[in-house]
Ligand binder design. Structure first.
Ligand code: FAD
Length: 663
């Protein structure tokens, strides 16, 4: 629909915007040059006819979808390779192509090769010895082999110590023998495992010299490199249809006496010597690296999906007219209903909060990883604790936010061509994979309880030192007060949870039972801790920005205030229970929130324009830049194969006989 007129409501919105959206784009990209690079990259991929689908993917069968996805995935990574060869190499290519922006524009229902880049290669790097890396990494980078990461089994996901696949060392042949002793030991879920990967990193219980040494990673060839037929003893297939991500080819895998050479165990940390002697890893924490890496990426992805959804819903809300506010007046744009603003604007602000946290996490992850390379593990538990709660909060709020955007678009939001249902499918999956969210919050809680008990150490840790520096300030209508109140809430929740565990233990409960019985409070404490952290990081980053125009800075401050007040009001009960805030103060916060909604209203479309998500990436009839919503809905409907003929054969076969049967 190129060259069509821009919807007049959107034109009006754009005219009243008080800042330059281009400046926001450059700010989010990290500079004008980075915007240029991103746009060039998008053009390189999105304008390639090979990457366009002839028929919308949703009208394809499950099998056709998979085949089309593999075709496109191969084109994509060939193109990434071309970029590398031209010297335009960089993590950005992979992050964009695998993440929520460019990646989902080309493969909206998931990429069957993602795990190769996101898990297989990072695990080889993180857990393989130098020799193993030199054997495998080049082959993997050059895509001579395609790998996946097979950990979860039918019977166990969260509790990895309970995994049942066995790898038993045979010193006579210097091989491991892999077996799936039970139905529940079958691997279940790994992306790309069904029909795409020919290798996998398999997590299995290691047995040597008659003893089990717990779970370890092994490289296993699944399929012949030429024929792609399953190797001897490999039982493999796809797990079937899911709520979303139907293009990722999640698979199952069983082993029947599958032999692999000793050097196929990844031995950077633990080792098995030729005679079967087991050498333990110097620290169990050394395997955290890859896990944290993926969680860091997921926080950024959650922000990116939210950015897309809120762009679609905000533009649509400016175009859509419905009902009346006053009798005899024209129908308003639905964005003028304050309830609609309340649905959308806090989500716009949430994107900024998450994006800023994601950048922080990425930087700290890189620092801690280089420390790790130098054998320094000190900062790893703190990073792990922050990554866990940020992943849980950002993916959970991201999924809720995308669903709220869908609901805010009324009936049309329910259309697949709004791209909101599909986006929801992708985000909600993130709440489960790479650590189920509740379980992750409990991991953060474990760190918080330890920090609570060991204040001498805690005072030196940036993310938790507030547990030692407690002061209860009287209410003030300010961002700073809310942040200190959120920390106070988190600290009190940690204190209470620690107290309740102690009380239960004193009453004779085992510590583990006491932990479980206190776990609702523990999760809540970790959640508050994470939210306080996000608010503080948002504040730190925003107050440090110097080079922006006053017009844009003003908008960014309003958004930060909105996110902060919105977060505070979402935990009104906690504020009243744990801080010096009173009922009358909540009213002040409520009216502050309403003022902020009104302040942001004229700039809402400008802000989402500033996100600069192209129409191809939005892939939405409701969210395109020109706002021609109704024309696009009709255009999408015309693509339904049912509309290709005036009468469907089912009329003659079933409907007509039914109608004429005189029941
Ligand atoms: C789309 C998708 C892609 C995936 N891709 C991969 C992949 O590529 N490779 C791979 O190996 N796996 C993959 N997985 C599997 C994923 O990692 C697991 O589903 C996840 O770890 C959760 O484990 P589970 O399914 O066993 O859930 P469960 O652990 O059975 O969780 C069910 C419920 O029990 C609760 N629960 C469990 N343990 C505790 C506890 N200790 N305390 C409190 N509550 C608890 C949870 O909170 C949850 O409410 C994928 C999953 C999905 C959905």
């Amino acid at each position: 629909m190129k060259g069509t007129k821009i919807n007049s409501d959107l034109l009006k919105e754009r005219n009243k915007c008080t800042f330059n959206p281009r400046e926001l784009t450059h700010f989010l990209d990290g500079g004008e040059q980075k915007t240029k690079d991103r746009k060039e990259r998008e053009k390189f991929f999105l304008e390639d006819p090979e990457l366009k689908s002839k028929v919308p993917m949703e009208y394809l069968s499950h099998k056709e979808k998979y085949e089309e996805n593999v075709r496109k995935a191969c084109v994509i990574f060939r193109k990434v390779q071309e970029l590398q060869n031209e010297g335009k190499a960089g993590m950005e290519n992979y992050r964009e192509i695998l993440g929520g922006q460019l990646g989902t524009a080309i493969l909206p229902d998931g990429n069957p090769l993602t795990l190769h880049y996101v898990m297989f290669i990072p695990t080889l790097l993180g857990q393989g010895t130098v020799e193993q890396q030199s054997e495998w990494i080049n082959r993997a980078w050059n895509a001579e082999i395609v790998g996946t990461y097979a950990q979860t089994e039918l019977g166990h996901g969260t509790f990895i110590r309970g995994l049942e696949t066995t790898a038993t060392y045979d010193p006579k042949t210097e091989e491991f023998v892999l077996n799936s002793p039970t139905l529940t030991s079958y691997k279940w879920w790994p992306g790309g495992l069904g029909h795409s990967a020919n290798y996998a990193i398999v997590v299995a219980q290691l047995y040597t010299q008659g003893k089990c040494h717990g779970i370890h990673p092994f490289i296993v060839q699944l399929r012949d490199e030429d024929t792609h037929l399953p190797m001897k003893g490999i039982i493999i297939g796809e797990i079937g249809c899911k709520l979303g991500m139907n293009g990722t080819n999640n698979g199952y895998l069983g082993f029947k006496d599958v032999r692999i050479p000793r050097m196929h165990m990844l031995m950077k940390n633990s080792q098995v010597l030729p005679d079967g002697t087991y050498i333990k890893s110097p620290s169990s924490k050394l395997t955290y690296g890859t896990m944290i890496f993926v969680r860091v990426v997921l926080v950024a992805d959650a922000a990116s999906y939210l950015k897309k959804a809120v762009t679609i819903a905000t533009r649509y809300s400016a175009v859509r007219h419905q009902s009346q506010i006053k009798a005899n007046e024209p129908e308003p744009q639905i964005i003028d209903f304050v309830t609609q603003q309340y649905k959308l604007f806090p989500l716009i602000a949430t994107f900024f909060a998450f994006d800023i946290s994601a950048t922080w996490l990425w930087e700290v992850y890189n620092e801690v990883t280089s420390e790790l390379e130098a054998g320094k593990l000190r900062n790893l538990p703190e990073l792990h604790a922050v990554a866990c709660c940020l992943k849980a909060i950002c993916t959970a709020d991201g999924a809720l936010g995308v669903e709220q955007c869908r609901l805010s678009c009324g009936g049309h939001g329910y259309m697949t061509c709004s791209n909101l249902p599909n986006t929801y499918g992708l985000v909600t999956a993130m709440c489960t994979y790479e650590g189920e969210n509740t379980v992750l919050l409990l991991q953060t809680a474990r760190f918080l309880i330890k920090s609570w008990q060991n204040k001498a150490e805690t005072i030196h840790l940036d993310t938790v030192k507030y547990l030692c520096e407690r002061e209860s300030k009287p209410f003030e209508k300010s961002v700073t007060w809310i942040i200190s109140a959120m920390k106070e809430i988190a600290a009190k929740k940690v204190e209470l949870a620690a107290l309740h565990i102690d009380e239960r233990v004193k009453r004779g409960r085992a510590y583990e039972d006491a932990w479980n019985e206190t776990s609702v409070e523990l999760v809540s404490a970790a959640d508050s801790h994470g939210r306080a952290f996000i608010l503080q990081t948002y504040q730190n980053v925003l107050s440090g920005i110097k080079h922006l125009s006053p017009e844009l800075k003003k908008v960014l401050v309003e958004l930060q205030e909105l996110y902060t007040v919105y977060t505070a009001l979402r935990c009104t009960g906690d504020l009243l229970r744990f801080t010096r805030c009173e009922g009358k103060d909540i009213e002040i916060l409520q009216s502050w929130l309403e003022q902020l909604l009104a302040a942001i209203r004229p700039n809402a479309v400008g802000i989402v324009d500033g996100f600069d998500v192209s129409d191809e990436i939005l892939a939405s009839a409701l969210g395109a830049y020109d706002g021609n919503v109704y024309e696009r809905l009709f255009e999408e409907a015309s693509k339904s194969p049912l509309n290709a003929e005036p009468v469907n054969k089912s009329f003659q076969l079933y409907l007509k006989p039914f109608l004429k049967s005189n029941l």
